[in-house]
Design a protein around this ligand. Sequence first.
Ligand code: ATP
Ligand code: MG
Length: 428
Amino acid sequence: MKIHIPRGTVDIMPGESEKWQYVEHVAQEIFKRARYSEIRTPIFEHTELFQKGVGDTTDIVTKEMYTFNDRKERSMTLRPEGTASVARAYVEHKLFGQVNQPAKLFYCGPMFRYERPQKGRQRQFVQIGAEAIGVQDPAVDAEMMALALSIYQELGLKEIKLVINSLGDKTSRLAHREALIAHFKPSIHEFCSDCQTRLEKNPLRILDCKVDHAHPLIATAPSIIDFLTDESLDYYTQVKRHLDVIEVPYVEDATMVRGLDYYNHTTFEIMSESKGFGAITTLCGGGRYNGLVEELGGPASPGVGFAMSIERLLAALAAEEITLPIANHLDVFVVGVGEAVSPITLKLTLAARKAGFTAERDYLSKKVKGQFKTADRENARFVVVVGEEELAEGLIVIKDMTTGTQEKIAMSDYIATLQKKQHEGETN
Ligand code: ATP
Ligand code: MG
């Protein structure tokens, strides 16, 4: 019986995995320059962490989690997102006690959500994310948005836009909540059953409903911006002022409410505007979450962060027809003449690798002609030929495949000659 891959998951195969490595590397370099350090948290956590840290009324917690009991009947969940784990670790390792704040952390790894698979939506997907915890400062919010954008920009994406909003502080949100309830209550029977539950629990979620998004009452719903307290409005203005000065363009969308319960003040999304992109256009989501660390048992430590999936990032690159400059060259192919020299071809292959070259040989006992064919197909820069007769004299042949010239050299000069030729090739 053939066993297939689970629905909503993929094998990232050679040819594709290089793109992932490239993207991850670019992101790591960007984080390094911005002084973000990597954090690696477990793939599973106590279910309670996400119930508290993501929120009981979110789609993630109510419908999408992979939850199971372990052998001691403890409820565990495969992480659906990264922020809750990072905030837990911030408390667990007392990062709030460090002199330098905010703690700047980034992560990259698989997340799991039980969703209906479609283009840009999988059950296992990989998120790159960053969190800055410990400070509330509009400069940090603006830096976070610029940081997320720079990952897309350094990879060459052009057709992207930053959308921002503010959800204000607790007072703002409470006032807005009352207005939303008053707005939707008389007609709530026209909405899906989820929205009917949301009305009292978290009416903001109605604005984010994937079923009722076209209902006319959604478009006319009271805007959060009208309920921002003076402090919240001032903070939002400061964030925008920072974006203006650092020349990061944005559009405001007062209807944008992000999926997680713990957001307040700044929220943002980065969307693809490329025509080739599918129906789901959000590439990245982020925002401020003051109160999350407290919720998880730490001292008040305001935070802000973002998460993007590599799947949607690669889809955006494909939509803009951007090819990543992935190097996959073969420096050296070692050809052996006769089976007797096999250990020597292996030795020369390993020696080249040790010296930093990419190197390969034949493992199929091919004739010399066949080995040269392989070297050609693999686009080898140099072919090294080892024959029994030459070997007896301590000699080997190096052929430069770009110029076609070849020379016989002492085996003891092998690596030095390769290095010299490589260098000549670079300076020509
Ligand atoms: P959506 O509205 O598309 O479900 P979300 O609000 O659930 O998004 P977040 O929890 O904010 O998404 O996650 C941040 C980013 O992670 C998204 O912008 C997207 O790039 C990516 N993402 C979320 N869910 C998936 C998934 N199932 N498959 C692939 N990428 C995903
Ligand atoms: Mg979702």
